[in-house]
Design a protein around this ligand. Structure first.
Ligand code: RRO
Length: 303
């Protein structure tokens, strides 16, 4: 019999450990449905706030060879309009995680409540967008992070995941703060603060100047963060950042992740990446004689 690919995160059952990362294709119901049909184990939406928001002017994305630099500026239709998409996705066979942001704890609660009411299976609190004022600082302020997580947890019953920033001195401490405040899981990591400059003119390439780096360049940072976090907390860790093939996914599982999110790699490898990562994980488990994914989660900690 083939090894079992299912994993469980805070009560959510995933048919395999791959998830769509926030911000990538998660802005409309029809795109999310296509990602589910392509084999993802769970879906995370674009971050949704209390009101519609246009985001930054272009250019918002730059290809920097080792990955992508983005500063979209949280463009989203607002929770009222997006609730219609959530309702339309109720028939999905995979868990739908709604990414939520607000400029203060009350706004996080407001959006979280609406998302739950519309049918979200879980929430992922965006406490880590690297360049939007009010969000980029949350992980640097333990009391604010605690207040956001505690307020949302007391307002909803669905599992609540906190997406962490790598742009802090000690991400394991930040994860512990989220856990102590009631988070059911953490996602590590959001993008890394970064910048690119056009050398003919000397002009910063992104309209916002500073952006967030994703893609292969940041995968070793993700591995280190997942490793450090999973040493310090008991809740599940979801690895995110630079995962582009099944070997990357295995590395994250060994570091301590229970599941992995895929984003930037979709641009190059398209939606077939979900099935290829899932089947690569299954073959690896089979070749090594394991029966299920959980057997390899955090295995590298024994060294
Ligand atoms: O919208 C964005 O510019 C953005 C967000 Br919300 C985020 O969490 N991470 C990122 O790299 N970009």
């Amino acid at each position: 019999m083939k090894p079992d690919l299912t994993v469980e995160i805070a009560g959510l059952k995933l048919r395999n450990p791959t998830m769509l990362a926030a911000g990538v294709l998660g802005i409309s119901g029809s795109l999310l449905r296509r990602v589910a049909e392509a084999g993802a184990g769970a879906l995370v939406t674009k971050s949704i706030g209390p009101e519609p928001r246009a985001g930054y002017p272009n250019p918002t994305v730059a290809d920097v060879r080792c990955g992508l630099l983005n500063a979209m500026g949280l463009p989203n239709p607002g929770i009222k309009a997006f609730s219609r998409d959530i309702i339309a996705l109720k028939t999905l066979e995979v868990p739908l995680v709604v990414s939520v942001f607000g400029s203060n704890p009350q706004e996080f609660v407001e959006v979280a409540r609406e998302a739950e009411k519309a049918g979200a299976d879980a929430l992922e609190l965006n406490a880590s967008c690297p360049h939007v004022k009010g969000i980029s600082e949350i992980c640097q302020h333990p009391r604010l992070l605690s207040e956001i997580v505690e307020s949302v947890k007391s307002a909803v019953t669905v599992p609540t995941v906190v997406k962490l920033s790598p742009n802090v001195a000690n991400i394991a401490e930040t994860a512990k703060i989220a856990e102590d405040a009631g988070a059911d899981a953490v996602t590590a990591i959001n993008t890394v603060r970064a910048m690119a400059i056009e050398i003919e003119t000397g002009r910063p390439i992104l309209a916002n100047k500073i952006g967030g780096l994703s893609g292969p360049a940041i995968k070793p940072i993700t591995v280190r963060c997942v490793y450090e976090i999973s040493k310090s907390v008991k809740i599940p860790v979801i690895g995110c950042g630079g995962i582009a093939c099944w070997q990357d996914a295995i590395e994250l599982l060994l570091a301590g992740a229970t599941a992995v999110q895929i984003g930037t790699a979709i641009a190059q490898k398209e939606l077939k990446i979900f099935k290829s990562v899932a089947s690569g994980i299954q073959n690896y488990l089979e070749n090594k004689g394991y029966k299920e994914v959980q057997e390899i989660v955090g295995l590298s900690h024994r060294y």
